[in-house]
Design a protein around this ligand. Structure first.
Ligand code: PGA
Length: 295
C-alpha cells in the first residue's frame, strides 16, 4: 500500500526504522475496558430499563464497555444497548448444548448475537459462602478454549482471598499465577481474545478497595509474569482490569496506575455513577477507541 503523505514526511524525518517503532508503540497502546457485573440483580425485570439506561449513558468513545446481566435477564438486555457496549454473560459451560440442566452454552449466546463472556468470577470459584462446587482454573481454561472455538472473547477473573493477601505480594502473585497457568499451558493468553480481571476477593462487595499501590504492584507483577512466560508483546498488549469495590470516587486514582487498564464493577454498576467510572479511565488513559473494531 502506498504510504500516506504524512507517513512519507515522518519517514524522511526519523527514518524507516523510526516509523516502524512508532507504529509498534501505537499498537501496544491498550484501549481501556470497563465491565458492569450485575450479578444476581435486579430482583424485578421492571428495573432493567433504568439499568440499561445507565449503560447507554456511558461515553464509549475512549473506553470499551460490557455488561454482565444475570442469566435470566441476558435476553432482555441484548439488543437494547445503543452506544457500542456489549452483553457478556456471567458464565458459560465448557462443551456446548445438550443435557446440561441449568447451564448456558456459548453456542446459544452466539445465536443471540453475543460474542463476549465472563468466566472465573470468585463467586463461582467457591467464594460464594455456600457449599457450591468450586470452578477450578483447569475447568475455566477448558471453558475459555471452547468459547474461543466459537469466536468468543473472554473476560477471565482472577484474584486472591484475604489470608493470601495477608502473606504479602509474593503469595498474591503466586496465587494469581496458579490461576493463569492452565491458560498459558493451553496457549489461551492472547491479548486479542482475553481480558484479565484482577479481583482481590477481600475487596469484592466489601467497600474495601485495593489501594492504588496494591493494585499497581499486583497488575505490574502479573504483566511481568506474562512477559517472562508468554512474551513481551503479549504482556504489553494484555488488558488487566481491576475489580473490587471500584466506584466513581476511587476510579480516577486507580485509573492513574499505568498497569490498570479498566475496571470490573459490581455494586456501582447498578448505579448512575457507572458512567463516571468509564469517563475516569478514558480520561486517564487518553486513548481513543478504534471504532471500526467494536468491543
Ligand atoms: P464490587 O464487585 O464492585 O461490588 O466489589 C466487583 C465484582 O465482583 O466484579
Amino acid at each position: 500500500m502506498a504510504p500516506l503523505a504524512s507517513e512519507r514526511m515522518l519517514s524522511r524525518t526519523i527514518g524507516r526504522v523510526g516509523v516502524l517503532r512508532l507504529a509498534t508503540r501505537a499498537l501496544a497502546t491498550r484501549v481501556p475496558i470497563v465491565g458492569g457485573n450485575w450479578k444476581c440483580n435486579p430482583k424485578s425485570a421492571a428495573e432493567l430499563p433504568e439499568l440499561i439506561a445507565n449503560i447507554n449513558s456511558c461515553d464509549t468513545s475512549g473506553c470499551e464497555v460490557y455488561v454482565c446481566p444475570s442469566p435470566l435477564h441476558v435476553a432482555l438486555v441484548q439488543g437494547k444497548l445503543t452506544n457500542g457496549a456489549v452483553v457478556a454473560p456471567q458464565n458459560c459451560n465448557f462443551t456446548g448444548c445438550g443435557a446440561y440442566t441449568g447451564e448456558m452454552a456459548v453456542e446459544q449466546m452466539k445465536s443471540m448475537g453475543i460474542s463476549w463472556v465472563l468466566i472465573g468470577h470468585s463467586e463461582r470459584r467457591g467464594e460464594f459462602g455456600l457449599p457450591t462446587p468450586a470452578e477450578s482454573s483447569a475447568l475455566l481454561a477448558t471453558k475459555c478454549k471452547h468459547a474461543y472455538e466459537n469466536g468468543f472473547k473472554v473476560i477471565y477473573a482472577i484474584g486472591e482471598p484475604l489470608p493470601v493477601r495477608e502473606k504479602g505480594i509474593s503469595a498474591v502473585v503466586a496465587h494469581c499465577v496458579e490461576q493463569l497457568k492452565p491458560f498459558k499451558e493451553m496457549t489461551l493468553l492472547d491479548p486479542d481474545k482475553i481480558v484479565l480481571a484482577y479481583e482481590p476477593v477481600w475487596s469484592i462487595g466489601t467497600g474495601v478497595t485495593a489501594s492504588p499501590k496494591q493494585a499497581q504492584e499486583t497488575h505490574a507483577a502479573i504483566r511481568a509474569w506474562l512477559a517472562k512466560e508468554v512474551g513481551k508483546d503479549t504482556a504489553d498488549r494484555m488488558r488487566i482490569q481491576y475489580g473490587g469495590s471500584a466506584n466513581a470516587k476511587n476510579a480516577p486514582e486507580l485509573s492513574a496506575c499505568p498497569d490498570v487498564d479498566g475496571f470490573l464493577v459490581g455494586g456501582a454498576s447498578l448505579k448512575a455513577e457507572f458512567k463516571d467510572i468509564v469517563s475516569a479511565v478514558a480520561k486517564a488513559k487518553g486513548q481513543k477507541r478504534p471504532m471500526s473494531k467494536g468491543v
